[in-house]
Design a protein around this ligand. Structure first.
Ligand code: KG4
Ligand code: ZN
Length: 337
């Protein structure tokens, strides 16, 4: 089955063409980061307009290279969660194209795309597993019994991890998106004399809270001001260590709680090297498999949507009568395969 995947939930236009039988994958990615940088964050209206300009030409290009639109068996797109206007662009293009070509169409959950992205690696994790989903909008610990059978074990009660990275980076004067910038700054020092709290680890349960870390960073910056370059790097490292430790403690609890032998880590913050090595080390200690998507599939992309959509379409799912998008949408509301 040849499936076209369209991702437009935030500030990346991702288009992919996936052959579900051969695994052959063609993809294009356009990042709007430069456009939003001067505003210090994503401006929703600008994001929608840029998706309008990019989506159709990128689809045309990928289809022309892949043998024309007639070869398609189905079209899938991100239906939510995400920015309302940005989602609507992808949904309208996908539905219009599907209607004109008389092909099935299906809306995909963005976080299911992230969650299944490790399946695009050579070594695929096996079900069941615990998934740690860490992006700019979500922090979720999920019990994944099978594709579509998701139970949320824990989530952030306030800021998502990526959001906390971005806000703390902004306090340190780093450009948007701050996560990778903060990680780069942290890597310039070997250790930090500062210690940030590990939020909510002394309470039972698997929920997270990250907004306090950002406030702690602000108070530290005010206390140490004016900051030297080393102070900035030590704050970045102390923040990163606190986040990584907190995520590791909760992942360990999630694995104990479910008894599963595999942990999957996905979403933009999954690209963080300290997080990757800390969780790998925990995996070795516990004798469990820890699986990450290839770096290019950690952040938003069309391939993960094409992959999740390909699985669902192969199982016969489509939703030709749906026309809305879902800016808020729980993984638990998805149908099983
Ligand atoms: O999954 P994603 O591309 O988009 C959303 O669905 O939100 O995640 C983007 C988030 C941003 O907050 C970005 O700062 C963060 O992932 N991020 C990182 C790193 N790379 C991306 N955070 C920490 N370290 C990184 N290396
Ligand atoms: Zn994402």
């Amino acid at each position: 089955m040849k499936v076209l995947g369209i991702e437009t939930s935030c500030d990346e236009t991702g288009i992919a063409l996936l052959d579900t039988e051969t695994g052959e994958l063609e993809q294009r990615l356009y990042s709007q980061i430069e456009r939003h940088r001067e505003f210090g964050g994503v401006v929703p209206e600008l994001a929608s307009r840029d998706h309008v300009a990019r989506t159709a030409p990128m689809i045309m290009e990928i289809l022309e290279q892949g043998g024309g639109p007639g070869q398609l068996d189905g079209i899938v797109y991100t239906r939510g969660p995400g920015l309302m206007g940005a989602l609507m662009v992808g949904a309208c293009v996908a539905r219009g194209l599907a209607w004109s070509l008389r092909k099935p169409v299906l809306g995909i959950h963005h976080m299911e795309g992230h969650l299944l992205a490790p399946m695009l690696a050579d070594q695929r994790p096996e079900f069941p597993f615990v998934a740690l989903l860490v992006s700019g909008g979500h922090t979720l610990l999920v019990d994944v019994a099978q594709v579509g059978r998701y139970r949320i074990l824990g989530e952030s009660l306030d800021d998502a991890v990526g959001e906390a990275f971005d806000k703390t980076a902004k306090l340190l004067g780093l450009p948007y998106p701050g996560g990778p910038e903060l990680a780069r700054l942290a890597a310039t020092v070997e250790q930090s004399t500062l210690k940030f709290p590990r939020p909510m680890v002394d309470r039972p349960g698997l929920d997270f809270s990250f907004s306090g870390l950002k406030t702690f960073a602000l108070n530290t910056i005010n206390r140490l001001a004016p900051l030297s370059e080393t102070d900035r790097a030590e704050i970045a490292l102390a923040f990163e260590q606190a986040v990584v430790d907190t995520l590791r403690i909760k992942c360990r609890r999630g694995l104990q709680h479910t008894g599963y032998q595999t942990l999957v880590v996905a979403g933009g913050v999954g690209a963080n090297r300290s997080l990757r090595s800390s969780l790998q080390q925990m995996g070795t200690e516990l004798g469990i498999q820890v699986s990450f998507p290839p770096l290019e599939y950690c952040t938003d992309n069309g391939a993960m949507i094409a992959y999740a959509g390909g699985l669902r379409m192969t199982a016969g799912q489509s939703d030709c009568n749906v026309s809305d998008v879902l800016p808020r949408w729980s993984l638990e509301d998805l149908p099983p395969l």
